[in-house]
Design a protein around this ligand. Sequence first.
Ligand SMILES: *Cc1c(COP(=O)(O)O)cnc(C)c1O
Length: 739
Amino acid sequence: MEKIIREIPNHFSLPRRIGQLSKLVYNQWWVWNPDTQRLFINIDRDLWERVYHNPVAFMRKVERAHLNAVTNDRYFLDTYDRVIRNFENYLKGDDTWYQRNYPHGNGTQIAYFSFEFGLHESLPVYAGGLGILSGDHLKEASDLGLPLVAVGFLYTEGYFSQHITEDGWQEARNMHLQLDDLPVIPLYNEKGAHLTIAVPLPGRIVQVRLWEITVGRIPLYLLDSNVEENSPDDRLLTARLYTSDLDLRISQEVLLGIGGVRALRVLGHHPAAWHMNEGHSAFLTLERSRELVAQGYTFEEASAQVRASNIFTTHTIVPAGNDEFPLWLIDKYFSQLWPELELTRDQFIDLARKTQPWGGEVFSMPVLALRLSNYCNGVSELHGQVSRKIWSFLWPDRNVDDVPITHITNGVHTGTWLARRMRLLYDRYLGADWLENIDDPNVWQQVEAIPDVELWTIRRHLKRKLVSYMNERARAQWLTTMVHPVQVVAAGVLLDPYALTIGFGRRFATYKRASLIMRDYDRLIKLLNRPNMPVQIIFTGKAHPDDEPGKRLIQDVYRSVKNAKNGGRLVFLEDYDMNIARYMVQGVDVWLNTPRRPMEASGTSGEKAALNGALNFSVLDGWWREGFNGYNGWAIGDDTQDPDPNVQDASDAESLYDTLENEIIPLYYTNRSADNLPGEWIGRIKESIRTLAPQFSMRRMVKEYMTQLYEPAIKGIPEPTASDKEDNSTDTIDVIEPL
Ligand SMILES: *Cc1c(COP(=O)(O)O)cnc(C)c1O
């Protein structure tokens, strides 16, 4: 193997005393360690905001005088020394959960492939839930010491930023990432040339350059086709996320699946388990099979070996999220490959053949992934059930319950999403090691010991922070762009920092029913404006740029928001991203989610909200169906669904208004103690934190991936099924021996 050179592109000239800062900024570890963020804030708060919390850009721009000033600040230096010490100890990683539990696991590697990674707002190469989950997964895998290596894309044009016109229409503005300003590390070969791999696409070979982002102890390798040797079109192959152009889309998936395997090979990695996070990377099964066939195995032997070490997570039952390609496109892209696999065209198509309801045939990425992975899972219990049903046609001789798709419910990375003040509060009351044991329910019993007044003071602080953030954004818009005054109101200038505040933040897709709460607008208006019981609702979210119904939904919501009758209590916050998500999940009182069951799969934003002391008010779908216990929030509807969506919408809206009117609003405003504390509300917050924080932590989730999927894949143990998980009954599935 050739020698790889990682060369940090920027050399900052820093005062010696704080010289180690340059190391910190090229590792994403700072993202979940708020003390580190305080360092940047203490050096120059305005600049930190101006560079949108991007430490590399910060270090490139910060003035020497600011740096010199902190070298005389005792408090700063104490924090600095502590942070550097923690960082160095962390990187050593000599007593991790993985090491304690897998003492013979040295040298084993797990590959993790995802179309997008959401690590922080300063790295806008993610679109939404899937990316955030991948990012959180890497951070937690790092914390636990898992030997993961990850592969994704460096989208040089990022994801779009959202602007809403006066009429509520979403406009997408593209970005051009300034790579020198990002914590991406270029990789070179020993001759000093960019490290690239070659991937065949129809009629040409495309060169793909490799970059690295370091996430704690984990390398995330990013593919980038913007290299000189490629044609102008090919240079743009990896520029953007989620194109609907089929040729571009399949090219990207070839680059990720086939190119991703080649990238790991060039980098000298030999993973024992391969995790495909969603079907976009399923072509990796073909490349791995090709490698083995080239070594002399038959395709049957090769694919058995691939299958035995593959993990596939399906994330959605929405058709748009399950890629399918027409067969002519497969002919165009793969007719060179099937002879190399010693397959006929028909045998090749069979790997992923799916018959459409109207009779046509397509090549389905999830089918390819399911057929070539022994370990498959959905992302919540209900989603597991529904997935088994949807894909049961692939196992015609089995009962639906025995379809080998199990589930692991999504969680969130505590350090990334928890407000700093809440973290300090937990530090005081949960015991010294709480963060090391976040998935242990016993640790969280101590939440009861937190004095109401302390918890409530922080909750109010976080809500004020959200409201003043929105005010400032509205002001900036008013100052710099020609917005209509009503847009300033819609952006939140009339928000009340003391009113009961409900948040709704997510992608605008029709099944998420953002406008359900507007169904009876007059009733809603009455609820918002009751004397002494004001309620306000903050909406935020992007629609996919090609999703016309999604954009119309934003427009519907925005028109209701602009209606003066709501008194400025309905607002829309533009350009949802991880930064806004943090303000929202930390600042609102109630987190609202209204998906049409069972389309949500899991959802994670409500988990972030719960961790910070907001109460969930949601349809019993995805994670909330497992989390809700009757006291730790509220349910919309019940654990059933009507086949007629109109009937379901009507009954869900009714349930929503009833609960809001008769339970949530009174609980918040009445029964206040002499010092104005809503004791029962605070009791519910504690119940919510106590029961939800450990169960829906990323730590619980990644440990489950390790023990239930990665470990058996590494050992080549037969596939688990849902019935295994429930009653440990043994299955009569053909055992595939790894070669
Ligand atoms: C958490 C998060 C999501 C995912 O939220 P869902 O609950 O799955 O809708 C999407 N976007 C951002 C910016 C997030 O932080």
